[in-house]
Ligand binder design. Structure first.
Ligand SMILES: [Zn+2]
Length: 236
């Protein structure tokens, strides 16, 4: 697509928005007050607003390759601090996705680019528990299992950042969530853990222990079915 077409699409989008809601951009210009911070993968198929069905203004976003939380990442720390202390978001969601190219690369042999430094926490997790992961013969299933655990690992990291600890210590309402998105079906699944306090964080089992326990992530569709019919119903 030629670049000028993007401007045409932008004009069409802005006109459509204004038609649907004449004061939309007037409200946007005043302030943002998102309730959610999304820490997700840079993958072009996983855009926070689309996946959540939210409008501009409703979710604060930080994305990087394989949704990794490096606790020395100034970009992430600045976003996190602004989200929690100024915007006062109530939920921080780390959302990964199945079929993540970053995770697949971390499981492979190639180590020649800056991205391999970035992916190192996943590489280290994989190496440490290689016997468990390599026992999963299907390569996609193996990578997807690492995708799930990567999310759980990053939630533990978010929960250890002083910005989050301080928010909890002063009684601010702040919930952390680990979710995974299925590119193949468009559905989010809850991987966990969900945390709302230092006590809950400290009560978690370690990521090394989690490697040995696999709970099936629960989508919204399945969650509703479980609520209605009990655990045994399979709808996926
Ligand atoms: Zn990805």
């Amino acid at each position: 697509m030629a670049l000028h077409k993007l401007f045409d699409r932008n004009v069409a989008w802005a006109q459509r928005k204004t038609c649907e809601d004449p004061t939309f951009f007037l409200r946007m210009a005043e302030q943002q007050s998102p309730k959610y911070l999304w820490i997700g993968c840079s993958d072009s198929r996983v855009t926070a607003n689309d996946v959540l069905g939210l409008d501009p203004g409703e979710v604060f976003v930080q994305r990087n390759i394989a949704n990794i939380v490096h606790t020395s990442d100034m970009n992430l720390l600045a976003v996190l601090e602004y989200a929690i202390e100024i915007l006062k978001v109530e939920h921080v969601i780390v959302c990964g996705h199945y079929g993540c190219g970053g995770v697949q690369r971390a499981l492979g042999r190639e180590r020649s680019a800056l991205v391999d430094h970035w992916l190192q926490p996943i590489v280290m997790l994989y190496r440490k528990h290689r016997a468990v992961f390599d026992a999963i013969e299907d390569m996609d299933a193996r990578a997807n299992r690492v995708c799930e655990l990567n999310i759980e690992m990053q939630i533990r990291r978010v929960a250890s950042i002083p910005i989050v600890e301080n928010a909890w210590a002063r009684g601010q309402s702040l919930h952390l969530h680990g979710w995974i998105y299925g590119i193949h079906d468009g559905l989010l699944r809850d991987v966990g853990p969900t945390l709302a306090s230092i006590e809950e964080r400290d009560a978690l089992i370690s990521i090394d222990q989690r490697v040995h326990r696999h709970d099936e992530p629960v989508s919204g569709v399945r969650g509703h079915a479980i609520d209605a019919f009990g655990e045994t119903t399979e709808t996926e």
